[in-house]
Design a protein around this ligand. Sequence first.
Ligand code: SF4
Length: 177
Amino acid sequence: MRRLLLEGLARRPLTEKPPVVDDAALAELAASLERAARRRLGRSLAIREVDAGSCNGCELEIHALNNAFYDLERFGLRFVASPRHADVLLVTGPVTKNMREALERTYRATPDPKWVVALGDCAVDGGIFSSSYAVVGGVSSVVTVDLHIRSCPPSPIDILKGLIALLEPASEKVDVP
Ligand code: SF4
């Protein structure tokens, strides 16, 4: 027992190294998003996240946007608790039968102009859950989708780039590193 305790004290923690993030590139991306939001809306972007049936992998990446590592609220990116305060509905997961009506009601409660972003492969077409009896399909089978951000799950950087693409007209798109 004593040997195990001593080994535990001497051994380095068994944790993964944090991902390598270029702080300058991240700041530039976030600042681009903030500028684009101010041009289109006159203020910062408000996002309402809707989990329509995801495995929560996509949510972990969304939450990472606000953690101490990325800390994107410093650039004005805000997640709001009500669709009535949102510009963007960020929808994850395949839409399950149980969540279909909730998604439709959330969509109707969001004021115009609004955008719907389908986040993750499951939100595109149901992904690995597409054959489930409990799944209706991708987000576009329930509400109109303005942008798909693919991958399983998309990284915080992918999410940022997607939101910039949503707000920037093609001619004004920034050259992101
Ligand atoms: S795209 Fe991947 S991480 Fe996101 S809900 Fe589907 S399986 Fe989970």
